[in-house]
Design a protein around this ligand. Structure first.
Ligand code: NAD
Length: 252
């Protein structure tokens, strides 16, 4: 589905991003595996190459614009062009009510989960517009369309990603570039399984969260990766500005 396309994926050293990078590579893409964590990015690349795929690792903090510009420049110089991008790197909330959140906690999540997506979209469009084509997929969240307690900074960032996706789609449409978001429900990744579920505030809310997923379970990384792959591919040629729920019914 992505044969000979160059696709960049951020946060691809773990969880949704790693599974997505492997899925894109199996579909024929050259994958630029981006993460803050170099060892994790290299592990993803090794797994892709071991399966016969094409990938390169790039270390980048998406919250730093110069690093994002360099990451995009690497993709273009190494593979000749950038066809698609999965802007997925993100961090979780601090599990506190809004009135107890510090400015530093607020800013840390906004910097990565929202401003990081802005930097990525900006530099990806600048690279793609030369081709007159491209597809960008941003990982928002079901928290990008529906709120819950103790996560104001995350809910605000993810609602921001949904709005940014629509606005960027309007700017990039005339350039032949589509911009979409996916909104996962709770997905079994290191973020959810190893960190959030051990947080006392988050774990108390877990039964309620599970019930909100009307399919009756949490999701798997492959279920998000499949949706991202479709949106990145030419099969989604008439979809832009969407916020696709991949959430087991959480946000309906
Ligand atoms: N797991 C869930 O339940 C869930 C649900 C909805 C949305 N999401 C979103 O999906 C995305 C991926 O989450 P995940 O669950 O796979 O998390 P994860 O923690 O398993 O993986 C995230 C990866 O992003 C990297 N990263 C973090 N900050 C970075 C930065 N500043 N620059 C570059 N890389 C950075 C980490 O090193 C890590 O490898 C996030 O945007 C998250 O908000 C997750």
């Amino acid at each position: 589905m992505l044969k000979n396309k160059t696709i960049l994926a951020t946060g691809a050293g773990s969880g949704i991003g790693r599974t997505a990078a492997q899925t894109f590579a199996r579909a024929g893409a050259n994958v630029v595996v981006v993460d803050l964590n170099e060892a994790a990015a290299r592990e993803t690349v090794a797994a892709i190459r071991a399966a016969g795929g094409q990938a390169e690792a790039v270390v980048c903090n998406v919250a730093v614009e110069d690093e994002v510009a360099a990451m995009v420049a690497f993709a273009v110089s190494h593979y000749g062009r950038l066809d698609g991008a999965f802007n997925n790197a993100g961090i979780e909330m601090h599990n506190k009510p809004v009135h107890e959140l510090t400015a530093a906690e607020w800013n840390s999540v906004i910097a990565v989960d929202l401003t990081g997506v802005f930097y990525c979209i900006k530099h990806e469009i600048l690279a793609m517009k030369a081709n007159g084509a491209g597809s960008i997929v941003n990982t928002a969240s079901a928290s990008g369309v529906r709120a819950q307690a103790n996560s104001s900074e995350y809910v605000a960032a993810k609602h921001g990603v949904v709005g940014l996706t629509k606005a960027a789609a309007a700017d990039a449409g005339p350039l032949g570039i589509r911009v979409n978001a996916i909104c996962p429900g709770l997905i079994m990744t290191p973020m959810a399984r190893d960190r959030l579920m051990h947080d006392p505030v988050f774990s108390q809310a877990l039964d309620g969260l599970r019930q909100r997923h009307i399919i009756g379970r949490f999701g798997e990384t492959s279920e998000v990766a499949e949706a991202a792959m479709w949106l990145l591919s030419d099969r989604a040629s008439f979809s832009t500005g969407t916020a696709m729920l991949v959430d087991g019914g959480y946000a309906i």
